[in-house]
Design a protein around this ligand. Structure first.
Ligand code: LLP
Length: 441
């Protein structure tokens, strides 16, 4: 988080709040969201893309009512992909016209709820869905604005991207096969649907603009073909190219992701150049960052419970540090081999100096019943670490709480927001009663 600082006694303050106080008041594991960090990243994206409404916060990264309010207040739009996310957004009073609804298998009930709520745009993902939504909208006498999701044959990851002719995955309409052009034909033929844009999403945790640029070039290429086929008038309302999410963040000091302005600038240049080449009017460029807004500003606080030294042979020892959460609040290490940074935050290390001094290579593990339950695979933590010490894992704001589970009947952690020396509870800690509430017998 941007507002973290170490006190002379070694304890860390997050936005002016002592982590020991947070642990005392709210318990651990605890997600601590730096509110100003989150909001400033919203504002940075808004500035970079020239209009806050063109930045759709991807709520799958992390959503609760208060987060939806922050996003609304910053003027951003909201990307949702389920009826549940829609319900949270509406509960927060999020302006429905700034909501975009994604997903490869939205139910009829979800489509109906979205149209009834006045959701701004719905991203069409299959031929079945085009017919389904056209019907839902027609029965309500509504003309629903839609985007067509195009699979451009680009797959991007942190430091690499692959541009192929087609992509073997479930989302969108393939550009190469002609399905994307056919989807547009069907949308233009449906009087209850209005085509306002094309959409492409190439991946997540991406560090360079190359993959986005290839995607943008291919989407503009399709746009040009569509104009040739249908003429400018038929496509009058098609004004937006949405290039999805995916901008990466730093999980450790080794990561150096580009700022949003860099990506925005590269995309602007690329799209403008391609449009000029094709003789097209330049569309508005929208994006859907989730991780880059929610990720960096949150830490998870854990309490150390037990420590074990395991002989690895050749005189090597691994120190296992067990904390009171694990794969139920952060499955990313187990699922994606994600790498995190972890620090002792409740005191100084044994020598009273930086926590890195006199450190032992440790593996921070959870309390779940499987050996893959690893939070941080390798972390240098102070020699004299012991039960009761608080550890913080950084950059856990995206895809941790939102992917949390009740594995081993572990209640989900609480989430607090910190700002200017004050803490506020956003989501209370789940209780055993909450889980028993679902028991039908
Ligand atoms: N838009 C669409 C259509 C998406 O599918 C996604 C992410 C985003 C935007 C936001 O992407 P972001 O800016 O956050 O990278 N659970 C995985 C990430 C899955 C992302 C799925 N889609 C993880 O923890 O790394």
């Amino acid at each position: 988080p941007r507002n973290a600082a170490r006190e002379p006694d070694g304890a860390v303050r997050l936005a002016g709040v002592d982590v020991r106080e947070l642990a005392e008041t709210y318990g651990t594991p605890l997600f601590v969201v730096d509110e100003n960090d989150f909001k400033s990243r919203c504002a940075e994206h808004a500035r970079a893309f020239g209009d806050p409404a063109l930045v759709h916060y991807a709520s799958k990264a992390f959503l609760c009512t208060e987060i939806a309010r922050w996003v609304a207040e910053q003027g951003l739009s909201l990307d949702i992909c389920s009826g549940g996310e829609l319900a949270v957004a509406l509960r927060a009073g999020f302006p429905p016209e700034r909501i975009t609804f994604h997903g490869n298998n939205k139910s009829v009930a979800e489509l109906e709820a979205a149209v009834d709520a006045g959701v701004g745009t719905i991203v069409l993902d299959s031929f079945f869905e085009i017919a389904r939504l056209a019907d839902v909208a027609a029965r309500r006498d509504v003309v629903q604005a839609v985007l067509v999701r195009v699979t451009v044959g680009v797959e991007a990851h942190t430091h690499e991207f692959i541009a192929t002719a087609h992509e073997d995955q479930k989302f969108g309409f393939s550009l190469a096969s002609g399905d994307a052009a056919e989807a547009v034909r069907r949308v233009l033929n449906a009087s209850s649907l209005k085509l306002v844009g094309l959409h492409s999403h190439i991946g997540s945790q991406i560090f360079d603009a190359d993959g986005f640029e290839v995607a943008a070039r291919r989407v503009v290429g399709l746009l040009a073909e569509l104009h040739k086929e249908h003429g400018d008038t038929a496509l009058e309302s098609l004004s937006t190219v949405d290039l999805g999410g995916g901008l990466g963040i730093a999980y450790t000091a080794d990561d150096d992701p580009p700022p949003p302005e860099f990506l925005a600038e590269q995309l602007r240049i690329m799209v403008a150049k391609e449009c000029e080449h094709e003789g097209l009017e330049v569309p508005r460029i929208a994006v859907e960052p989730g991780r880059a807004i929610a990720g960096p500003g949150t830490v998870t606080l854990y309490e150390v419970g037990t420590i074990k030294h395991v002989e690895l042979g050749h005189g090597q020892v691994r120190r296992y540090v067990s904390v009171d959460g694990g794969m139920s609040d952060n499955i990313r290490t187990a699922l994606y081999d994600a790498v995190y940074d972890c620090r002792l935050v409740s005191r100084a290390s044994d020598d009273g100096g930086a926590a890195e001094v006199n450190a032992a290579l440790s593996r921070v593990v959870g309390k779940h019943c499987e050996s893959g339950d690893i939070v941080v695979r390798d972390s240098w933590l102070p020699d004299n670490l012991g039960p009761g010490d608080l550890l913080a894992v950084a950059a856990t704001g995206a895809y941790c709480y939102s992917m949390a589970s009740n594995y081993n009947r572990q209640p989900r952690p609480a989430v607090v927001a910190v700002r200017d020396g004050e803490a506020r509870l956003l989501l209370r800690r789940e209780t055993v009663e909450d889980m028993l509430y679902l028991e039908a017998l």
